[in-house]
Design a protein around this ligand. Structure first.
Ligand SMILES: [Zn+2]
Length: 383
């Protein structure tokens, strides 16, 4: 059972389901693709309105190309902060909320980003509001509402890392697994672009003068996929290819996008060395290739510090009669950055959902309140 003083927060959150759903409906129905700055910023404006109505101090950290970051603080004893993290962007194209607005059916809520991770943002906002109202936080709370996680956080990564360095713990409110579990380990990911240059020639009249960039790309693709080592958890996927000029021209160029996933930092170094060697080795004489890292996520490594924070979270869940375990997933998230700077992190503490990044994405509505209560308890009892 919750200890004295926590009771008010738990009870208040217990009565907020309707208000949480109202805020969730509002922000699901706003466009928020990662490249839609106006949309992602409009989501921030709505969240900021809620926070300011609850007398929470807010600050906008502006960005010219991507959405701004929104930072909210609730005071506490002036030692290192507890960070509640979440991203406002979704993977969906413009107009998706109009085509597929928020709805609830049979206990599940639907709509673009409903679980990944607008429900987590709502939860963080309400937990901040609860501590603002009743006090009891053992440290200042920082809520960071970021704008660009789905594309690797090009704008917000430095903000997340700087904030995490100042924090004693990070709770990232990505959606809880369908089992109700949270995430204690995530792979790292490197997203790359490779371009191959060859030489054009008429494929009928002048074949031997041509240098086929497509043939080279094909050979490199096979070599890249061969780096995959499922027992180690390292995978390489060439997910996009394009190239060539016309069917009757030896291809002067070809390019692809490569996704590397790995479990530990040394696995990244191994795989990157192999990838660079493949890029630099011409199988078709005369071709040249270049590689560029377009985005990157660090892994959430299952170390003892993260384990301790997870154990603390799970004990708080247990006091609220919820059973929560930690899971490993290949998907990347901003929790890799916070853990990467050495701050204990637990991920996927958000309300439970599934089928993220698809039109079938859903949120289990009845998990909004208990997950908020668990987070609040984990914050209140953090020593
Ligand atoms: Zn997410």
């Amino acid at each position: 059972m919750p200890k004295n003083g926590e009771g008010e927060i738990i009870e208040w959150l217990g009565g907020q389901k309707g208000a949480m759903l109202a805020l969730l409906e509002d922000i699901v129905n706003i466009d928020g693709g990662s490249y839609d700055k106006a949309g992602v910023d409009a989501v921030a404006t709505r969240i900021r309105k809620f926070l300011e109505e609850n007398e929470i101090a807010c600050e906008t950290i502006a960005n010219e190309s991507f959405g701004d970051a929104l930072r909210a603080t609730v005071g506490g004893p002036s030692n290192s902060a507890i960070m509640l993290l979440g991203h406002r962007d979704t993977v969906f194209p413009k107009g998706e909320p109009t085509r597929r607005p928020f709805k609830i059916e049979n206990g599940k809520a639907y709509g673009p980003g409903v679980a990944d991770m607008k429900a987590g943002l709502v939860m963080n906002a309400f937990v901040l509001a609860a501590f603002r109202k009743f006090g009891g936080a053992p440290a200042p709370l920082v809520g960071l509402f970021t704008s660009d996680e789905e594309i690797g956080s090009p704008a917000c990564r430095p903000i997340i890392e700087a904030e995490a360095r100042r924090a004693r713990a990070v709770f990232n409110s990505e959606p809880g697994r369908p089992s109700g579990n949270v995430v204690t380990g995530r792979k790292g990911g490197v997203f790359m672009k490779m371009e191959v240059v060859g030489k054009a020639a008429h494929s009928g009249g002048n074949y031997s003068e041509g240098i086929s960039a497509i043939e080279e790309l094909a050979r490199k693709t096979i070599a890249l996929h061969a780096i995959t080592d499922l027992t180690k958890g390292t995978t390489v996927n060439v997910g996009l290819i394009s190239g060539g000029q016309t069917v009757n021209t030896v291809a002067p160029w070809a390019k692809c996008e490569i996704d590397l996933r790995y479990v530990t930092p040394p696995d990244r170094e191994d795989a990157m060395a192999k990838i660079v060697r493949i890029v630099e080795t011409a199988n078709v004489p005369g071709t040249r290739a270049t590689l560029e890292i377009a985005g990157e996520f660090k892994p959430l490594v299952e170390g003892p510090e993260n384990r301790r924070l997870f154990d603390h979270y799970a004990a708080c869940a247990s006091d609220l009669s919820l059973k929560v375990e930690g899971e490993f997933t290949g998907g990347c998230a901003d929790s890799g950055f916070t853990s990467g700077v050495g701050t204990p992190t637990v991920c996927a503490v958000g309300p439970v959902g599934g089928k993220a990044h698809t039109p079938e994405e859903f949120l289990m509505v009845d998990t909004l309140v208990p997950r908020a209560q668990t987070l609040a308890l984990a914050v209140a009892r953090l020593t």
